[in-house]
Design a protein around this ligand. Structure first.
Ligand SMILES: NC(=O)C1=CN([C@@H]2O[C@H](COP(=O)(O)OP(=O)(O)OC[C@H]3O[C@@H](n4cnc5c(N)ncnc54)[C@H](OP(=O)(O)O)[C@@H]3O)[C@@H](O)[C@H]2O)C=CC1
Ligand SMILES: Cc1cn([C@H]2C[C@H](O)[C@@H](COP(=O)(O)OP(=O)(O)O[C@H]3O[C@@H](C)C(=O)[C@@H](O)[C@H]3O)O2)c(=O)[nH]c1=O
Length: 327
């Protein structure tokens, strides 16, 4: 089976490429700029057709949450029209599309984890553009899975884990908001889940359970709880360390508002596909262990191949740190 994923250097695309390494039953082809530019929908079909996919994973997106407030037209062009063009291309090629969306479609006012029946009400441009993308994808291709995920981190691209490790190299204490709750999710786990789902779709031509699903790490925390865990693991491994000072959202002003609660219930996904993510703490250990071993690369995008960057890295399944380092 051949899977085409949009976005070449993105966290999920890079993690999918890595996850498919060594699998004889799956080939992942990453399709990125300049051939595929979501801001120019006319590029999309040709770029995807060339990879002759059995399934398309729509992972490329405009993900700069604060910057989106200043560039709403571009954010909507990429995340709504661009996403719709990817789903339409999949429909034209006769294949299903697996589209990634976000917890930021919710406003955070729910008392509890969000499930797929909860009404979205985004607080910012990024969330609104991703919600518009969900609508465009569903309209363009009935054979769609929209996977809403959250707080994604990995050895690749830019993410909160890398930011915390970089800041810990410069200061003794990092102030981090303690009143926003969510579910950190490793892109390595998302890649495993996507390959699992792709196999289900490919093996069952009569699959009918298309629609929206929540897919996130198991458990919950705040951004400050996440930061503390990252830095404790790093310290235990001899990497950068700093204290974490809990602050309120009002003490960390940002251009875009973020939900105070964007915890995602993953029960629907677990029942439909028989797959549950590892606990977020265990998955974070794997990624931090890898990054601390490569701390010279923190904060910039490495151009190495995904395989090189992950060689020796234990896969999801939550090996304890000591075991991780011994492998
Ligand atoms: N990161 C997170 O915390 C979360 C992400 N998501 C969703 O998951 C998906 C993947 O996220 P993630 O892997 O973290 O994203 P990244 O920010 O790591 O990567 C985004 C990718 O999109 C590409 N891209 C951006 N604009 C365009 C464009 N106009 N045309 C073509 N490609 C473009 C980028 O390409 P280039 O390298 O050329 O810039 C990059 O490869 C996205 O849909 C995102 O909304 C959902 C929840 C949380
Ligand atoms: C860097 C930093 C952030 N924060 C706060 C700001 C914010 O409320 C929270 C997270 O900050 P970031 O800007 O790194 O993360 P953010 O860009 O909000 O992350 C989001 O990205 C998009 C793509 C998604 O889809 C979401 O699921 C989510 O992962 O932590 C601190 O309190 N202290 C700090 O030093």
């Amino acid at each position: 089976m051949r899977i085409a994923v949009t976005g070449r250097e993105g966290q999920i695309a890079a993690s999918l490429l890595e996850a498919a390494q060594g699998r004889s039953d799956m080939e992942v082809v990453a399709v990125g700029r300049p051939q595929l530019n979501l801001a120019r929908p006319e590029t999309v079909f040709k770029a995807l057709e060339a990879s002759r996919p059995d399934i398309i994973v729509s992972a490329a997106a405009y993900t700069a949450v604060d910057k989106a407030e200043d560039e709403p037209d571009l954010a909507f062009a990429v995340n709504a029209e661009g996403a719709g063009a990817v789903a339409a291309a999949a429909a034209r090629l006769g294949v299903p599309v697996i589209h990634l969306s976000t917890d930021y479609v919710f406003d955070g006012t729910k008392d509890g984890a969000y499930d797929e029946t909860d009404a979205p009400a985004p607080l910012g441009v990024y969330g609104a553009s991703k919600l518009a993308g969900e609508v465009a994808v569903a309209a363009a291709n009935p054979r769609h899975l929209i996977l809403r995920t959250a707080w994604v981190y990995s050895p690749f691209g830019r993410n909160f884990v890398k930011t915390m490790l970089r800041l810990a190299g410069d200061r003794d204490e990092i102030a981090v908001v303690a009143d926003q709750w969510g579910t950190p999710t490793s892109a390595l786990d998302i890649a495993d889940a996507i390959l699992h789902v792709a196999a289900v779709l490919h093996g069952d031509k009569d699959f009918v359970s298309f629609g929206i699903y929540h897919l996130a790490g198991t458990g919950e925390t705040t951004w400050s709880g996440f930061a503390r865990h990252i830095l404790e693991i790093s310290k235990a491994l001899g990497g950068p360390h700093a204290g974490v000072r809990e602050i309120a959202t009002r003490d960390y002003p940002t251009k875009a508002r973020r939900p105070a609660n964007s915890r995602l219930s993953t029960a629907k996904f677990a029942v439909a596909f028989g797959w549950t993510a590892p606990k977020w703490r265990a998955s974070a250990e794997i990624v931090v262990a890898h990054l601390v071993g490569n701390s010279r690369n923190l904060g910039r995008r490495s151009r190495d191949s995904a395989t090189d960057r992950l060689s020796g890295l234990p896969r999801s399944g939550s090996a304890p740190i000591k075991d991780s380092l011994q492998r």
